[in-house]
Write a protein that binds this ligand. Sequence first.
Ligand code: AMP
Length: 290
Amino acid sequence: MSIRLSNIDARMNVFTTRKSLNEVLASLKEAKKSVGFVPTMGALHEGHLALVKRALSESDTVVVSIFVNPTQFNNMQDLDKYPRMLQADVDLLQTIGEVIVFAPTVEEVYPENDTYTPLDLEGIENVMEGEFRPGHFQGVVHVVRNLFQIVQPDQAYFGLKDFQQVAVIRLLTKKYNFPIQIIACPTLRETNGLAMSSRNLRLTEKEREDALIIIQTLKYIQSLKATKTPKEAKELAMEYFSNGKLRLEYLEIVNGANLKSLDNEWNEYTVVCLAAFCGAVRLIDNLELV
Ligand code: AMP
């Protein structure tokens, strides 16, 4: 990995150390250039690019980090299998505009003098993703806090594909008093409705077909909203989902503002969230109901 990194580092605009990134950012900030930031774990697809394009349209300079963060993986196999393709990512980014790529090592993101202590996330880290991936959100908070401290952007862009993550990011930004505007961007989907994800690379053609049950189930709940309570809709949707090939981890209908489950009444801001295994690959998706 270090050989690959140093090869790429020789090219313009790819930085692998805090120090080198800080040098370039310091001069940009001195020139009063605004900085937009898009944190990613790489294996970039159109969903990531949509965030970067938005950042490019709203900022003078855009930093894209590519870092597979070990602290947010509760399953080591998932971490090992996570796709890594830095060269292809850099090439892809170059097709949409001029961005600064930050591709640090673990030691750069987590220095020995790191002062992080777990943040009180007021319970939102214990439901849905948090319930099934213990420690995941503390790992997300840790990496985003460290990256925010390194990049010090004016605005940071996150995808609503990771709906619960956006709630966690908003909370950490508030708690640490980061003067950063958090911008949530819509989920990009394949034409058949499958939410784009780096993990889709690990799906076979057949599994990609099977995975459509996810968006179909989310849409089914939308269709039940006018006539059923959330509780009834959830029961029907679980039955519907069980006719497919995926193994459900959770299906929750929540108040989008506080992530609390809805039982008897729909909220003005209702989001349906789902996680399931398609073969060995864990997929998540969500839909805001209208
Ligand atoms: P990741 O590389 O999976 O950590 O994702 C980096 C950022 O891209 C996160 O803010 C994700 O929510 C966002 N993202 C991932 N997939 C999509 C998608 N299909 N549409 C929009 N944003 C996405």
